[in-house]
Design a protein around this ligand. Structure first.
Ligand code: 13P
Ligand code: SF4
Length: 332
């Protein structure tokens, strides 16, 4: 018999009280899932707060790389995911594509020892491990500028994977020269070499959407996530991670209109009035939306029954190097 959402919430509450489990959810989760979480936040906050949590089980509602990062940072924890949904951007790169990018730079006269790789946290553990082995580190949308500033002190070329938009946006903010690997340009002339990956959800926002809102509501502010195309971020009043966007909007006067360029569930939850989704389509993240309340219940029930499902495992060598790459970020 199928339980209603109200019945599921009661059961989830009972299981959470009984089991040694912390439920974690990213802002892009469906509202009903987000509401039952113990820890919520942007990617960086989730990585840090979950690392500090001491429950035996972490039930992670998000996309695969997020649950994997918890397991990498705290291998003693048992991490389960109601849906092991893979972020579309993380799926665009694996360790072989990473090696190809290094080879491309080598073929263009840049030696491996002169490359410092940085991977956006939206990548799988095998890519983080490659980055860690080459002396590089992880960044998130909220700390990318700090991490790149630090990395540049080594005087090397930065290989930034997998998000070309985040890489280019930070380069533009810092007045650095960037190019997308495989596209026109001389890599030797650039500070940041970006892998050609992107988020399909954040590609939905267009300059026409911005023009439409600016014309319709003179004085409106445009706030966007740095996974949006540089043309969008350059035309925005504020660019920030999910947490930074939430704070920026919360601090605005109630009558200030703002159009927000990030995932639908987050924007829809922001404010009752004067907040608009910066798109003519509904920018939902399909994989974040896969997790339902019923999935959470089934996953908790499996722990209660002593047979956890969808448990995250990371192979030892990958875990070791991916952890080093993540910890270099956390140390900063
Ligand atoms: P944040 O780190 O800003 O939460 O972003 C995660 C993400 O996947 C955005 O698409
Ligand atoms: Fe990945 Fe984009 Fe979804 Fe974020 S919004 S989880 S980057 S597919």
């Amino acid at each position: 018999m199928q339980l209603s959402n109200e019945e599921l919430k009661v059961e989830i509450d009972r299981l959470k009280k009984k089991l040694d489990v912390t439920v974690v959810a990213h802002f892009y989760q469906r509202d009903e899932v987000f509401e039952i979480a113990d820890i919520t936040g942007d990617s960086l906050e989730l990585a840090m707060r979950t690392k500090a949590d001491d429950s035996e089980f972490v039930l992670f509602c998000g996309v695969g790389f997020m649950g994997q990062s918890v397991k990498v940072l705290s291998p003693q924890k048992r991490v389960v995911m109601p849906k092991i949904a893979c972020c579309a951007m993380a799926r665009m790169i694996d360790s072989l594509y990473f090696d190809d990018s290094v080879k491309f730079l080598n073929d263009n006269g840049i030696k491996s020892e002169d490359i410092l790789p940085i991977t956006y946290i939206n990548s799988n553990a095998d890519v983080k491990a490659k980055v860690g082995e080459m002396g590089g580190m992880v960044c998130t949308s909220s700390n990318a500028k700090t991490i790149i500033t630090k990395a540049l002190e080594e005087g090397k070329k930065i290989l930034f994977v997998p998000d070309r938009c985040l890489g280019q946006n930070i380069a533009n903010q810092m007045g650095l020269k960037s190019m997308i690997i495989g596209q026109e340009g001389d890599p030797k002339e650039c500070d940041i070499l970006c892998y050609d990956g992107f988020c399909s959800v954040h590609q939905l926002f267009t300059v026409d959407d911005i023009a439409f809102y600016r014309k319709k509501f003179p004085g409106i502010l445009i706030a966007t996530h740095p996974e949006c195309d540089p043309t969008i971020c350059d035309a925005s009043d504020f660019v920030g991670s999910t947490s930074q966007l939430i704070k920026y909007i919360a601090d605005l006067p109630v009558d200030q209109k703002v159009a927000v360029g990030t995932e639908f569930n987050l924007v829809n939850r922001l404010r009752q009035k004067n907040t608009y989704v910066l798109s003519s389509t509904k920018p939902e993240c399909p994989t974040m939306n896969e997790t339902t309340l019923e999935d959470v219940y089934i996953t908790l029930k499996a722990i209660e029954d002593g047979a956890p499902i969808n448990e995250i495992e990371v192979e030892d060598k990958t875990q070791k190097w991916a952890k080093i790459a993540l910890e270099r970020m956390l140390a900063l």
